[in-house]
Design a protein around this ligand. Structure first.
Ligand SMILES: Cc1cc2nc3c(=O)[nH]c(=O)nc-3n(C[C@H](O)[C@H](O)[C@H](O)COP(=O)(O)O)c2cc1C
Length: 309
């Protein structure tokens, strides 16, 4: 997820469980121009594997060159192609979900990337541009073009994030292909992950927003799949993981980057009861020490009161 699933976030997730991670998308054009900021976004810490780097773009040659550069410089375990992003800045350039309107071009991108790199190539799509049934034919074309895996967000581009993800249409698309398919959309708990697997018969689930402030969701899914009972996350563990995430963040971006970490703090605190004051302080933090003081306050307020997480 753009601006969220960077290396510090992925390392945090991997410290708790072992899902395959899809890193936030990067521009293929920026990669081949040698844009340092974009190249830095594709650096991988050894603890993040298995990790797939997502790229976006509309030109098959540029996409293939970018995939090759990333493969040779940063050693991801796969390259994912974004054909699902509905944001205007993307689709107005015929990137992201716009590619679903031109299956021929979408397939040429997959073919070119696949024939240029040695690692697997996956594709992230939506149910369709405006009709949720579009993905049913589209996945067949992508498979023929050489895609090794497809993730489907069960909403159309037109829906953006409105309504509910359509898991039934994902189930139909899954039946059309023999490559693995991941179901995506509205999976916010281990229970919902199991329901999605059951309803779509997919090979796995892809979790987006459900992981924000909640990196425990992956171990909870793993435990549920192994029929282990769910263990609630204690406030001590929550604070420990937030501090660890912050530490990875500072290692990567430097001490002045605490402001950029505020968005993660908001997600981590979401839903905790009676913490209005602490939340107000959290959105203004400037230093690591300030964050740590507030987190210690949070921990003691939960240990001394009847607040349960
Ligand atoms: C802030 C944000 C950033 C996102 N960035 C990406 C991205 O870089 N690549 C991508 O394939 N999807 C991206 N998505 C879409 C998610 O991967 C996912 O398909 C969508 O949120 C639905 O799944 P969910 O209900 O599990 O969140 C993003 C979503 C959000 C909310």
């Amino acid at each position: 997820m753009a601006d969220m699933t960077d290396a510090p976030f992925c390392r945090t997730v991997k410290s708790l469980a072992s899902p395959i991670i899809f890193r936030e998308m990067v521009s293929s054009e920026a990669i081949i121009r040698g844009n340092q900021k974009t190249l830095n976004m594709t650096k991988i810490h050894k603890d993040e594997h298995l990790l797939i780097q997502q790229i976006f773009g509309k030109d098959p040659d540029t996409m293939a060159k970018a995939a090759k550069i990333i493969e040779e410089q940063f050693y991801p375990d796969g390259i994912d192609i974004n054909m699902g992003c509905p944001v205007y800045k993307m689709i107005s350039n015929f990137n992201g979900a716009a590619l679903m309107k031109d299956p021929g071009l979408a397939c040429r991108i997959v073919q070119k990337v696949k024939s240029t790199i040695a690692i697997p190539v996956s594709v992230k799509i939506r149910a369709g541009w405006s009709d949720p049934n579009e993905c049913i034919e589209f996945v067949k074309s992508l498979e023929s073009a050489g895609a090794d895996l497809i993730s489907i967000h069960g909403r159309t581009k037109v829906q953006a994030y409105s309504g509910k993800a359509n898991w039934q249409v994902i189930a139909q698309a899954k039946k059309q292909v023999s490559i693995p398919v991941l179901a995506n959309g509205d999976i916010f708990s281990a229970d919902l992950a199991l329901q999605a697997l059951d309803q779509t018969k997919c090979d796995g689930v892809l979790i987006g927003r459900g992981a924000l402030g909640n990196p425990w969701i992956f171990s909870q899914i793993e435990d549920t799949l192994c029929q282990k009972s769910l263990r609630p996350v204690s406030i001590q563990e929550r604070v420990y993981i937030i501090k660890q995430h912050l530490n990875f963040h500072i290692q990567q971006y430097g001490p002045k980057s605490v402001i950029r970490f505020r968005k993660h703090l908001c997600w981590y605190l979401k839903g905790l009861p009676n913490i209005k004051n602490l939340r107000m302080k959290m959105v203004q933090v400037l230093t690591v020490e300030e964050v740590e003081t507030i987190l210690d306050e949070l921990r003691s307020s939960f240990s001394t009161s009847s607040n349960n997480v």
